[in-house]
Design a protein around this ligand. Sequence first.
Ligand code: FO1
Length: 312
Amino acid sequence: MRRILALTGGVGGAKLALGLAHRLAPEEVLFAVNTGDDFTHLGFEICPDLDTLTYTLSGLSNPELGWGRVDETWNFLDALGALGGDTWFRLGDRDLALHARRTALLAAGASRTAVTETITQALGIRHRLVPMSDDPVRTIVHTADGAMAFQHYFVRERCAPVVTGFEFAGAEQARPNPVIMAWLTTASAVVICPSNPFVSVDPLLALPGLKAAIRASGIPVVAVSPIVGGQALKGPTAKMMQELGVPSSAAEVAAHYDDLLTGFVLDHADAALHERLPVATTVTGTVMLSFADRVSLADSVLDFVDHLSAAG
Ligand code: FO1
């Protein structure tokens, strides 16, 4: 039986997560989700990456937006705007129910892990997804226009400010989720989903002890490139790389994860890099437009992991 620990952010990672969930039984995979994007907005506790995974794995994701719920209406937001309220962060009517439920459970003293379990089970998700930590970690984006909270940079400013660096406030004091640490003791591989390495995966790797535990496990660690042919499939990864002065290439993503990796999954568009990186590579289709693409990439990743495990 496989025991995969999948590290993931939101939209890009959720696509592969869906493929993995289709192929693997609940006891074969744990999804560890970035919570550096979390924030309190209009009094609600919002956990965007957990939300995206939750909607994706329950079949409720909004296919046009990539985040939020399907069949959404926006009456709340329109009414809020008419009252002069903040509408830059779009909370749909149905989506609002999730944030209200989470906020109430947290206020009653439940942990983020327990709240996530309550919500995912209510939506019929059999696989387990957990926040990276029950402690607050907040991604701060340093830009030429000053430091800003992640959602302010990402949604309100539409990733326009020039990035100069990142900070994960609270990470040093945060404890990695014990569910993740326990899973690692019996895990067969770690899969880093094709999420933004700087703001979706690095917050997880910044948690004290998590990187060391992954290394100490000695199991294959495979990352899927979120950069294809020099472009980000989704979001600002390529733009951030350019602004940070590194070439926006899949090779740089592999270099970013450095010696943590034992394997790297490249798209056909980057086949020229195959066997030219300091880690084992495999080449497959990583662009996930359809459900079949998600399952097919999951199959390729699992085959690669099996191959690396056998190579020992
Ligand atoms: N992303 C946007 O680009 N615009 C939005 O208005 C927006 C609202 C939103 C509401 C709830 C939620 O769970 C996610 C939402 N997202 C929105 C997505 C999200 O902020 C980002 O995709 C992630 O933080 C990046 O991983």
